[in-house]
Design a protein around this ligand. Structure first.
Ligand code: GYE
Length: 326
């Protein structure tokens, strides 16, 4: 499926010879190499960079030609990228939606053009489920639950009169991991009267904002903060800096819980500066390519594909843990 000038001219010629009555070909018909348009949302974290790497490498291994765009945290740019893939008549579109709402129009355009869409990583909210063919990603609610379960376990090791004040660093507002990690965590600790949620601020999944937010919270609550729950590792790295600069020891004075499972976070966990890291794998590339091939071949695909994930805590033996790869 090389979109060379020669092929373009040949298609034009064939169309003009065939006249109006000729049935339009399916995008992938008669072409040997599948073309996938991938609209990535940004490069805000090690997770995201690992996700882009996974998709790029998997495309290469599967012999799929990839068109890639990085929207730098802008939904508008992501929509633009998707529109350009439609105009280019790619075979399949995959994208990681920065927030849940606002995709219906562009996805209708893709459907009208006969291009199937795979949603990877985050979800979308839509009334019309036929706007996408499959979703491949994590159970973010379960991740929040695992973070809460760790905290309940930690609490059970502390004196009976000990209460824990929690501050939460939230990811990008209205993104699925922000909404679901928050909900899963809250639902899990809600009935425990010794756990109090002190505050919750958006750090947008970024190191610098994580540091800024925690600095502000420390100025307000000082050593009244017992626990930090960060929706991702990157914000947690920034938070650790703020905690150290304030004169407290992360992992001891403040219990640190984070999500993603980047190598750097696991190293901090092993050093005792972090207490729990919930896993969220960015390695979705192979699955995306498998589903893209099936879609291009007109096969039925599974609508929901979840990754298998666990959590790593200070209570586990992490000696044999394989390198994370992101
Ligand atoms: O946790 C965070 C990232 O959508 C699961 O986005 C992803 C999140 C991930 O930038 O680090």
């Amino acid at each position: 499926m090389r979109k060379s000038v020669a092929l373009f001219l040949a298609v034009l010629l064939a169309l003009s010879l065939g006249g109006c009555g000729k049935k339009e070909e399916a995008p992938n018909q008669g072409k040997d190499e599948l073309l996938l348009g991938f609209a990535q949302l940004g490069s805000e974290s090690g997770w995201r960079i690992g996700n882009t790497k996974s998709v790029t490498e998997a495309a290469e291994a599967a012999g799929i030609r990839l068109m890639y765009n990085n929207a730098n945290q802008s939904q508008e740019k992501q929509i633009k990228a998707i529109r350009s893939y439609i105009a280019y008549r790619v075979d399949v579109i995959a994208f990681s939606p920065i927030v849940e709402e606002g995709w219906d129009n562009v996805l209708r355009e893709a459907r009208e053009a006969g291009i199937p869409v795979i949603i990877e990583d985050r979800y979308i909210k839509t009334e019309d489920e036929t706007l996408y063919a499959a979703h491949i990603g994590s159970d973010f609610y379960r991740e929040g639950v695992m973070a809460g379960e760790y905290l309940l376990r930690k609490l059970s090791t502390l004196p009976a009169d000990k209460t824990l004040n929690v501050v939460e660093l939230e990811g990008t507002i209205d993104s699925t991991p922000m909404l679901q990690r928050r909900a899963g965590f809250r639902d899990t600790v809600r009935d425990e009267p010794r756990i109090h949620l002190l505050d919750s601020i958006c750090g947008d999944f970024m190191i610098s904002k994580g540091k800024e937010c925690v600095k502000t919270m420390l100025e307000q609550y000082g050593s009244g903060i017992d626990v930090l729950f960060s929706h991702n590792d990157c914000m947690m790295y920034g938070a650790l800096e703020a905690i150290r600069e304030y004169g407290l020891t992360p992992g001891k004075d403040v219990i640190i819980i984070s999500v993603d499972g980047e190598q750097q976070a696991i190293d901090l966990l092993k050093e005792g500066q972090v207490n729990c890291v919930v896993e969220c794998t960015p390695k979705l590339g192979d699955e995306i390519m498998r589903v893209a091939k099936d879609l291009a071949a007109g096969k039925e695909v599974q609508r929901e594909v979840y990754s298998h994930e666990s959590s790593f805590t200070e209570f586990d033996d992490l000696a044999g843990l394989a390198p994370r790869g992101y």
